[in-house]
Design a protein around this ligand. Sequence first.
Ligand SMILES: [Zn+2]
Ligand SMILES: [Zn+2]
Length: 305
Amino acid sequence: MQARAVAGYEEQKRMMHFSLAAAVLLLGAKVTAAVLTGSSAIYSDAAESVVHFLAVCFAVWALRLAHKPADETHHFGHDKVAFLSAGFEGAMISAAALLIFYEAVRQIIIGVKIENLGVGVAITSAAAAINLVLGLSLLALGNRSGSPLLRANGHHVLTDVWSSVAVLVALGLYRFTGWVWWDPIAAILAAMNILRVGYRLIRESLGGLLDEADPAAERRIRGLLDEQVEKAGLSYHNLRYRHSGRTHWVEFHLVFDDALTVGEAHAAATAIESSVAAMLQPDGRVISHLEPKSAEHKVEPWEGR
Ligand SMILES: [Zn+2]
Ligand SMILES: [Zn+2]
């Protein structure tokens, strides 16, 4: 399991370095296009690529920290920083969306003048193509490795594909109708879409940081526990589950016959714990509290629930 987790990290790191390289390349390209065309939709795209670069830098740092093993100062590991990264990414793109909105309204008020349409279209098309491939790859690897950090970056990059599509449609409409307002309108639509995704990323980040319950995962754990406990002739209660990105944490109470020795009860508990841990990928930590039937309904104040 350890070797697999490490291999997963190398792959994730490589993917995030691709994402960072794309961010740098597209930042340069989009700023150039914005200066050459004067289009407010392309300007929006360029403004977004500045915060985009900052968000990916943060994510690359967070990915490295997330894979540091538990140590003296962080007993539960560092992988929760992945949720923070997703939230930071959401907050950054939301700030970009507000800036885009402001700029589009300003353009509507002071007027729009678009030049060098061809260059703008070429650069924006290339950016959209690069981001489409990158975003889908990030999302696929993020889902495969259960990484909220990669998934967040993937959703963000795919949002930028939609922004670029909005730019291209606006410039196309302008080209054929001569109506210049398509440009700020596209910028406003793109900003609204970015805000939608930004909100979602922040929402998911908070859910992760606050250990929001995951009904699907809990159902799977309960299914296995029910089966194992029945096989061993035991019962359980106080099941609690949370996950911190990569690592899944499970705790529950196991109830044993009073006559059993500690050694026998421990052996049975260990078997159940390891079968639950084996199901949780890439990493599962399972702890059970052993109690005799005679004390089953006594709730200790320190248990909390
Ligand atoms: Zn972006
Ligand atoms: Zn109990």
